[in-house]
Ligand binder design. Structure first.
Ligand code: LRH
Ligand code: MN
Ligand code: MN
Length: 424
């Protein structure tokens, strides 16, 4: 994998400069009444799950250009995820997708132990057909007009729970592509009623200590209407199902210009924020690297999360969900995990008492400036120090590039074929 002495020698070369930067930032933050050590401890304790499907090269429906050394099994995916965590110390868990990652749970546990990882939420997949299944999802899954198709989709979800229970997962995320492409194709109300009935059957099979996350998305693959199209429908699902059903917010799944941080605040207020799929987008569900387009929006989401910290039972799951078309997926995922940490650290240094005062006194300029001041602060030394103290890399990208990991695995993993039909 990555040799510990490679990390140590790279860190040694960078440590003195880091300490100087960290001390200077500490003095600056101290003037604002912010304790840098407290921020660093929270950042160090923070972890985000990596999507197993993210370590393979993605693509679009036009083409996929596979990279060198693509993982060919869930076990090789876990190897790559292990590298990401070894270097960043920020990604202790992996979120699996079934049937893409179907394997004997005992083997999954063994590999997770070997790579120093655990498992996060399970993801079911009823947006494509599974080899050997009698029914097709072409016209929907949980909301399909035909009961046998719905039953097959429910059973698949129950199987995801069963696998997850054996590997230490505590949540199931359901995203369905169900919808319609033509006005009149589907009866909105009856279709949603069927979805709810199926979702209730899954919820009934949820272990006591599990949560069910439903994920909304405005369009795609359905291009006229989508059954779980926005947070309003998602909230209805979560309230219909029960206390352990919550909404998952994928940052790329909203109409353009939607105020996502406000949706986050609303869901928190009513105990229904289950978790996130972090990524970034310019136009739609672009699945670009987190913070590649709009880091301020990511910061504003984290501002809501930090503001709500301490709310009883507030424990959203944090996962990345991206598609890497033109970069090495390991590099993208490391970078994205660190961008999420950055947004978290920036939100932690917001001067909240001052912000509240400006809000009370209706001073929009100073309220906005208070947020901007935190956002403009370069918190990189905090992130780097947290990594150094964990024995991870001060600069994960350069250590990864110098390690030759990609070239090494490319020797043993067969080159995969390109083509169309990337993961959305
Ligand atoms: C749907 C989605 C959902 C899927 C993943 C592959 O667009 O965001 O989370 O499980 O992509
Ligand atoms: Mn998603
Ligand atoms: Mn998506």
């Amino acid at each position: 994998m990555i040799h510990t002495d490679k990390i140590a020698s790279a860190n040694e070369a960078a440590e003195a400069a880091l300490r100087a930067d960290y001390d200077a930032l500490g003095v600056q933050l101290d003037r604002r009444g912010v304790d840098i050590e407290g921020v660093k401890e929270k950042v160090a304790a923070y972890g985000i799950a990596v999507p197993s499907w993210g370590v393979g090269t993605g693509g679009t429906r036009f083409a996929r250009f596979p990279g060198e050394g693509e993982p060919t099994s869930v076990f090789e995916k876990l190897d790559d995820c292990g590298v990401i965590h070894r270097l960043t110390g920020a990604t202790p868990r992996v979120s699996l997708h079934i049937p893409w990652d179907d394997a004997d749970p005992a083997d999954l546990i063994a590999k997770a132990e070997e790579t120093g990882l655990g498992f996060d939420a399970m993801n079911s997949n009823t947006f494509q057909d599974h080899a050997g299944d009698p029914h097709s999802y072409e016209y929907g899954s949980l909301s399909h007009t035909k009961a046998p198709v719905r039953r097959q989709a429910v059973e698949h979800n129950l199987r995801c729970i069963e696998i997850g229970s054996k590997i230490g997962s505590k949540a199931l995320t359901i995203w369905v592509g169900d919808g319609s492409n033509f006005p009149g194709q589907s009866h909105f109300t009856r279709q949603f009623e069927r979805y709810l009935d199926s979702a209730r059957a899954i919820y009934a099979g949820l272990p006591e200590d599990w949560r069910l996350f439903t994920e909304h998305k405005v369009f795609e693959p359905a291009f006229y209407s989508t059954v779980v199209q926005d947070w309003g429908t998602n909230y209805l699902i979560a309230t219909e199902l029960g206390e352990r059903a919550q909404c998952l917010v994928d940052l790329g799944h909203h109409a353009p210009n939607v105020n996502i941080e406000m949706i986050v605040a609303r869901l928190i207020q009513f105990g229904k924020l289950g978790g996130f799929h972090f990524n970034d987008s310019k136009y739609g569900d672009d699945d670009l690297d987190t913070a590649a387009i709009d880091p301020y929006r990511l910061f504003l989401v984290f501002n809501e999360l930090v503001d709500a910290a301490g709310t009883p039972d507030f424990d959203p799951a944090h996962m990345l969900d991206q598609s890497h078309n033109v970069t090495d997926p390991i590099e993208s995922l490391m970078n994205s995990a660190m961008e999420v940490q950055r947004a978290y650290a920036q939100a932690l240094i917001v001067e909240r008492a001052a912000l509240e005062e400006y809000q009370e006194e209706n001073d929009p300029m100073m309220a906005s400036e208070t947020l901007k001041r935190a956002f403009r602060t370069d918190v990189t030394p905090i992130l780097q120090m947290a990594r150094l103290e964990k024995g991870c890399a001060i600069d994960p990208l350069s250590v990864y590039r110098a390690s030759g990991y990609r070239a090494r695995i490319a020797e043993t993993r067969p080159k995969s074929a390109g083509g169309g039909g990337g993961i959305v």
